[in-house]
Write a protein that binds this ligand. Sequence first.
Ligand SMILES: Cc1ncc(C[n+]2csc(CCOP(=O)(O)OP(=O)(O)O)c2C)c(N)n1
Length: 626
Amino acid sequence: MKKMGDMLLRKEPFEEIVIGNTALVRAMVETGTRVITSYPGSPTPEIAVAIGSIPEDKRPFYFEFSTNEKVATEVAYGAAVNGHLSTVFFKSVGLNVAADTFVQLSLMNIIGGMVVVLGDDPGANSSQNEQDNRHLAHLSYTPVLEPANPAEVYLFYKEAVALSRQQHMPVILRLTTHVCHAKEKVVFEGLPTIHFDDTPRFDVRNGPYIPLTSEVFAKKRRAMKNLEAAATYAEKTPINRIVDHGNDQQGVITMGLPFLSLMDVLERAETKPDILKLGVVHPVPRSLIRDFVARHAEVKVLEELDDILEKEVKTIAFDAGLATKIVGKSDPEDWVGEYTADKVYAVMSGTWPDLLPLKKRKADPAAAAPSRPAQLCPGCGHRSAFYAIKKTLAKTDITVADIGCHTLGYLPPYEMGELLMCMGASPGMGSGLSLFNDSRKVVAFIGDSTFFHAGLPGIVNAVFNQHNITLMLMENGTTAMTGHQDHPATGHNFNEVIEKIPVRSVLEGLGVQHIYEVDTYQQEKLMDLVSKAVEDDGFSVVIARHPCMLKFTREQRREKGYQARRVAIDQGTCDRNYECVAAFACPTFTRNNDKSVEINADLCIGDGSCIQTCPTSAISSFKAKK
Ligand SMILES: Cc1ncc(C[n+]2csc(CCOP(=O)(O)OP(=O)(O)O)c2C)c(N)n1
């Protein structure tokens, strides 16, 4: 890590093999980005890992994980109107949370410059949908730059900064999962000496910063004028470029990952189409596109997700009266999934079957990873909670999931969490489900990070409107799903140790009458408290607590004198009832062909949460040999 931190601050030019997210941080350092904010979400958390590799006293910027994406956007905006170049980064659906603030940004005079780094997720690798955030860029008059690889991430961030600073407008750097995580050699420039001017520069005369009705039209005109300036930039910048194959028949207009995949696929093609590769994807360079279209008999628009560019290209061609045939998406499948090389092969062969005369790469069976169901880690406190809660609730009760590791409770054998929407939605959805529903208790789940992120308004609403639900607050002391980031109840922020904001105090402050707390490994007590909570009238909360064991054991292993534990099954006592395999379902247990149950020592962390689930007390724990 120290090595990464040193690299990110290296003075002289250098080359290094890095992922896109790391290349981005070097660009942030080189441009003098002063304030960076985020809320974690794939594919962006490694940006914070790279930031964290620079010791805090050497970091030439301020970084924080804020409580959610909206707040993160507001903090970055506040810093930017005070003259500091700022950046906020988050995942695709984070833009939905940030939207109320985000859509206003282009209306404001952002004197310091501000880049919104969006980790979009075509293919929904780690998101609940695969929304195309270019729509929100159009809606908010915000330019979008879209790199295809780590080298472009580095370059395009600097371009985004320059454009943002020149126009005092927000600029989106749209990354997608593969671009964030792809690894390649990037040539970095030297680090300029930057003298930060930290005199506060906020001045209302740079505004107005208050969008009164009387100001709204003027502000909108300003945003559109800025977008026009971005369009002029788009016509000239070399980040929109043509790959000329001397083909006046066929041309492709594309961007980002689809461009890389196309280049891969075309290695096998005898005739290659010309390619217009866009780096600025909003606003598009209309003249460049018009001229490219005019030079070809047929043009294919190759884009992931929605047909946004296709519509623009068709409009440009129509307005120019061009006879070129423009082919966009033709099959419903063209709207779905990531444009990997195989996908692009399929899409392109659907358009021009003769272009790729069956030179399809043979699938490498060794390269295909066997599919594995997602599952909770060995020792996960959420498992113990689901196991006990399932035993306690009536079969007809309704369980509402939220987003986090505990979402996996919907899987068999627990089957807890029958509906799921987005972060923080469970208290609200649960409240709605509880209406006219007296015979079926509604139990909602929520994680501790999500509690602070977007759960609180739904919880306040449940108290305010006296909804009859039980909330299981699954407190594992971290934001586990995205890689163990801190949240307000952990006692740390990104930079320092702080006083915890305990979830119980928050609930008490909100006036929640029925609050129970239990460690989820205490199965009897948990069952008892859940029974009580569901009998309570109105809104009740069970804080089901156990530290994330992945984080906990990782930290323990670093401690001096640490001695691992394991569990063992006494085969004589085991009566093959399979409670451990079938109902508790820790992945450590294996059922052998001879019907015996065995522990996989490579997986077992020796936490012993399984011991109390065995009806015949056949499981015990012991100190592992060093
Ligand atoms: C709007 C939004 N932002 C970020 C994410 C990424 N994300 C998924 S779950 C999660 C939080 C998980 O933490 P917590 O609620 O504490 O549950 P845990 O995983 O620890 O069980 C985050 C940040 C998301 N899905 N949606």
